[in-house]
Design a protein around this ligand. Structure first.
Ligand code: NZQ
Ligand code: ZN
Length: 393
């Protein structure tokens, strides 16, 4: 196991009625005036917005609102939010929704105290040295942004979907997790969320770091929980046991408690960000296409690890004479799982086109840390092309 520091200062309030604590939690973490950030209206339809504003009112906390965050959140609303945050003298950001609303709130949070263009912090022109406090009321188990140290925004000028520098400063102060609010998710979004959390664990599980038995086992437990709970939540959207497991898994999958002490990969995420930038696809749907292709491309690097994944996560039988067969069986079962969730399997099913592959690689080159990326196996432009070609079949 590698040396590590782990600082995860988020307070998690989990369970039925947890949203009633929102106002109190804002106060506890120093907020006096809130900017509420939410998406296209799901939180108004499922009651989360009403419950949260009721709690703010009860605690005597005034608020202003920034609605209309779109999935794959765009820079335009961040600029607007920074203006509004300053103009209203707000001192606390409260996101109600999923990764897109949370990441918009985080970007406003570090953009507001910075004098220049918030995008400078993404490009590295300015450091991420301060962030206004962010709270979260989560309504979709997926991105894990409720506990993470990262934030992903698409800069409309140049259509760049980039992650901010990772920083503990942007971890939310608190996250309210009431799985009840996830029961209104359409099956497609439940599935996208399941794939995203599955991928967050795989990005950590496929590591070259030796002697990480504990985190290996924790990763496998989380992966098995997704396999078990996601189909149940899709078959019975009100299954609270399944919704609860998915919600806490999404948080644990990405607050790094299962990733400490080990090198992590993140190549599938890097490739998916290009798919989201080109096609504005749901992040989880893009990952459902890329992840098995990435696995097929890198499997030869550590067949034993892929065989372990097949056996310990999918219950495949170990073929000691031919471990590669077991390894391949794991990826086959993963594809079957994603298919059963209703996820796309190919670039075409995602709405993409093979002819865009060279442009996606060129677009990736424009990033300051463009190539190589990934750690389990370093991915150069040829590797990225090979993985994307595996997404075509
Ligand atoms: O916009 P509304 O109307 O709220 O609808 C949303 C949206 O259409 C809907 N939804 C959310 N909760 C619902 C609901 N519909 C019905 N009932 C509910 N309870 O779901 C749709 C997707 O919402 P979004 O916030 O985009 O989902 P998600 O949490 O998957 O976030 C995706 C974004 O997070 C980024 C992704 O790249 C993507 O931009 N990520 C952020 C990470 C981070 N900051 O740590 C890590 C991830 O790897 C990921 O990259
Ligand atoms: Zn993700």
């Amino acid at each position: 196991m590698n040396a590590f520091t782990f600082y995860s200062p988020t307070l998690f309030a989990f369970g039925e009625g947890a949203e009633q604590q929102t106002g109190e939690l804002v106060r506890r973490f120093g907020g006096h005036r809130v900017l509420l950030v939410y998406g296209g209206g799901s939180v108004k339809r499922n009651g989360a917005y009403d419950a949260v504003t009721e709690s703010l009112r009860a605690s005597g906390i005034p608020w202003d609102e920034l609605g209309g965050v779109q999935p794959n959140p765009k820079s335009g609303l961040v600029y607007e939010g920074i203006e509004l945050f300053r103009k209203t003298n707000a001192d606390f950001l409260l996101a109600i929704g999923g990764g897109s609303s949370i990441d918009t709130a985080k970007a406003i949070g570090f953009g507001a105290p910075y004098g220049g263009d918030f995008w400078d912090i993404f490009t590295g022109k300015a450091p991420l040295s301060a962030c206004m406090p962010v709270g979260v009321v989560l309504t979709i188990a997926a991105a894990g942004s409720e506990g993470s140290n990262s934030c992903v925004i698409t800069q409309e000028a140049g259509n760049m979907k980039w992650g901010s520098p990772k920083s503990d400063l942007i971890r939310p102060r608190f996250a309210v997790l009431n799985p009840r609010y996830t029961c209104t998710l359409p099956a497609f979004q439940t599935a996208c969320g399941a794939v995203d959390m599955f991928s967050h664990i795989c990005e950590r599980y496929f590591s070259n770091t030796p002697d990480v038995a504990l985190t290996d086992r924790l990763c496998e437990a989380l992966l098995k929980t997704v396999l078990d709970a996601a189909p149940r939540a899709i078959a019975s959207p009100g299954d609270m046991a399944a919704r609860s497991d998915l919600m806490w898994t999404s948080t644990l999958a990405h607050n790094n408690s299962v990733g400490v002490g080990r090198d992590q990969d993140w190549a599938s995420h890097q490739i998916e960000h290009e798919l989201s930038a080109f096609y504005d696809c749901a992040h989880g749907a893009g990952l459902a296409v890329v992840t098995p292709a990435w696995m097929e491309y890198v499997m030869g690097h550590d067949v034993a690890r892929f065989a372990r994944f097949a056996v310990n996560v999918f219950g495949a039988e170990m073929d000691y004479a031919n471990p590669e067969r077991t390894a391949r069986e794991g990826v086959r079962r993963l594809r079957t799982f994603f298919h059963a969730l209703g996820m796309p399997a190919t670039l075409a099913e995602l709405g993409g086109d093979e002819k865009d592959i060279p442009d996606m690689i060129a677009h990736r080159r424009e990033k300051p840390n463009g190539f190589p990326f990934g750690n389990f196996v370093k991915i150069d432009p040829d590797g990225m092309e090979a993985i994307l070609r595996l997404c075509v079949k």
